[in-house]
Ligand binder design. Structure first.
Ligand code: ASP
Length: 326
């Protein structure tokens, strides 16, 4: 064999070997603790869902996953931090329908784009939206609540987790259906917003079901409806917005893990598999279901499915939300 043919053949083998080689760093991953940014305060839905799933994932991965609550600007502060983090698999973020979709039309100068600055890792939970109010709110059902809201908008405070958050966007949707403009009161997450609702310092809120279920069951707040076509098994007595006479208001959200763009594919695959394993665990499932969330089916748990969800959600919210003015 001529030298040039031998050279070409070895080059071919080398290329083949390189193509299949997994960098040592990715193969051994993880060798130290992982930081999971939660862009909202402790005790809210994003925080609660992250902690439930991350504690199981850390058993699978053999390394601690430390939750870091980086709050502010409706979750966009923490999400910007995550977008700029080193893309080595040691910094992740739990984002949601707000940070990775609704924030796009609300912030024309957003420092990241959910589709191009992140790698989708895994969808963790679907979260129906509830219409909630302080426990002494003067309405005994959704119809009375709507009538009261329309008649007293000027006097009412609506709690939310900042412009761009799920609670902000989903209540903006409600306000536009009702054609009202209440005063918004921002918090660093719906954990603290819920405390204010329980303390009767604010009047109403629309939020992901998760941290509302224990409060509704405990009678510390009122719930008027779930904004999905079906009732939620965790709150079987709570009517849907369709049953309550407000079918135009439909809203549900989701939480998912993302990694900075360019995180190596083998690392993303390990993380996705660990998340899927967590979602199959009996204890994890029970905790998420008891809090009213939906667990994604296997076909919805792939990275590609999450990428497609983000794309469609950005398009959907961009069509209904305009840049924020408050
Ligand atoms: N549910 C919140 C939101 O409105 C955030 C949180 O505290 O999880 O976006």
């Amino acid at each position: 064999m001529s030298f040039s043919r031998l050279f070409l053949r070895s080059l071919g083998l080398l290329t083949l070997a390189t193509a299949f080689a997994v960098p040592a760093a990715a193969q051994d991953y993880p060798t130290r603790q992982i930081t999971m940014i939660v862009p909202f305060a402790a005790g809210g839905p994003t925080d609660v869902i992250s902690r439930i799933v991350a504690s199981h994932m850390s058993q699978t991965l053999g390394q601690a996953i430390v939750i870091e609550n980086v709050v502010g600007a409706g979750g966009t502060t923490g999400t910007t931090r995550a977008a700029k983090a080193t893309n080595d698999g040691y910094t992740l973020i739990t984002g949601h329908m707000g940070t990775h979709a609704a924030a796009v039309p609300l912030y024309p100068k957003l420092a990241y784009h959910p589709e191009t600055d992140f790698e989708p890792v895994a969808l963790l939970a679907g979260t129906p939206i509830l219409i909630l109010a302080r426990k002494d709110f003067p309405a005994s059902n959704l119809k009375e609540f709507v009538a009261y809201l329309k008649a007293n908008t000027d006097k009412l405070n609506m709690a939310h987790a900042g412009v761009g958050s799920v609670s902000y966007s989903s209540c903006e949707l409600l306000n536009s259906v009702l054609d009202i403009k209440p005063t918004g009161v921002p918090f660093n997450g719906t954990g603290p917003a819920m405390n204010a609702l329980v303390g009767q310092q604010v009047d109403y809120m629309c939020d992901q079901i998760v941290n509302a279920v224990p409060q509704i069951k405990g009678g510390t707040i009122r719930a008027y409806a779930v904004a999905t076509p079906e009732r939620n098994p965790s709150l079987p007595d709570l009517p849907t917005t369709i049953e309550g006479g407000l079918p135009a208001y439909q809203a549900s959200a989701w939480n998912a893990i993302f990694a900075p763009k360019g995180t190596p594919a083998p690392i993303l695959a390990k993380l996705n598999a660990a998340a899927a394993k967590a979602l199959d665990d009996e204890n994890v499932r029970k905790r998420l279901l008891d809090l009213g969330s939906d667990i994604p089916k296997p076909e919805g748990r792939t990275q590609a499915a999450l990428g497609a969800l983000v794309k469609s959600e950005v398009a959907k919210w961009s069509a209904v939300l305009k840049p924020a003015t408050n």
